[in-house]
Design a protein around this ligand. Sequence first.
Ligand code: MN
Ligand code: MN
Length: 461
Amino acid sequence: MTTEELRESLLSSAKNGYTGLTAKQRAEMEAYCKRYAAFMDACKTEREATAWAVEIAEQHGFKPLVPGMELKPGDKVYRNNRDKSIMLAVLGSESLNNGSNICAAHMDSPRMDLKPNPLYEDSEIAYFKTHYYGGIKKYQWPTVPLAIHGVVCRKDGTTVTITIGEDDNDPIFLVSDLLIHLAADQMKKPLAEGIAGEQLNVILGTEPLEGEGSDLVKLHIMKLLNEKYGIVEADFHSAELTVVPAGKCREVGLDRSLLGAYGHDDRVCVYAELEPLLDMGTPKHTAVCIFADKEEIGSVGVSGMQSQVFDTFMQDLCDATGASLNRCFENSFCLSADVSNAFDPNFAETCDKRNNSQLNYGIAIVKYTGARGKGGASDASAEAMFHVRDTLDKAGILWQIATLGKVDQGGGGTVAAYMANRNIVTVDAGVPVLCMHAPMEVVSKLDCYMTMLACKAIYLA
Ligand code: MN
Ligand code: MN
């Protein structure tokens, strides 16, 4: 054999997905990414994504899973978990005792939540005080256009939904930063300290009401909110209002090969898991997806992946078909779909390039996440990795191997460990992202498309 032939037969060779992309695939990819961008424009919080998923699922024949109902192959059911997360299933032709194919992702993204007592006035400027949610580089958030999304439960028991800053006619909001001219001290600080958490205060207005007394700007803002939404200051105590980057998902680059948006992590995987489920037909194994909340703060709480809500949903599915939950979990497979860090040549020193995901090389398969000595990782077995590799290869889907940065550099986690703790074989995989957790994150259209195809293949495996 020549060295060329040996190289061909012995060495692995990843290739850029644009090599050999057919015109048909390209058209499908572009159409898919348009639908994904529309989803992103409509959904910036887990609540909005849950509502969106319920609506599209019902349009496709999904029904709420009610305890006691009987299910047969091909039936489509969902459970809305308190408007904050959602699970969907398409019943397979085989018993749930033989396991289900699960795709899991999370719908929450880093942002700035309003504090329970948010409204104040200082120097005749009214502000909302915020408490950041998830891992953010605080210095990235001042001087970018912001929007307010969320709900307020009013004293009379009714709930009002608030979205301000997304419509072209809406005002936007802003956190201020210090002018460079006076930043001599600030510029000497480490990046982590350049902007403090207590400086992430959102400007609401400056016009005082006419009259006597203090805080007339604050009073003006409260009056405006009351007129529009019927709320009073105490209603903020029973509210979930969050400040996110304003604006739409946009194509990035002259060749338009990338998509820039707030919150690709992890709604890019949510959409990739949701779409193939909608028109699935009857799979062999029951296809299940869960879109969890609270991943960015540890998958905790009633809407996080550690919540029993997933077990209850699966138990109800098993009860409705005469199967055992333990057998079901033991024989199930889960693709924990979450984003990975795309290799960024600007910060090459942080990554092991040979083991890092790269834009346009397809869905990134991640054997383990975690930090340092794999701390906190769900380290997938050889057999589990083979299952994914084999399934994707047979379906002709472009994939790549990934780890999260250099060994000693840092790390992160996903919902994978919480699935694996349930006795479900789990592998991490997802879309490579540039500037993860920044107000605008960037993904490649090709990787988005391949991730959707991969989820479809896993459901049908
Ligand atoms: Mn994530
Ligand atoms: Mn994240």
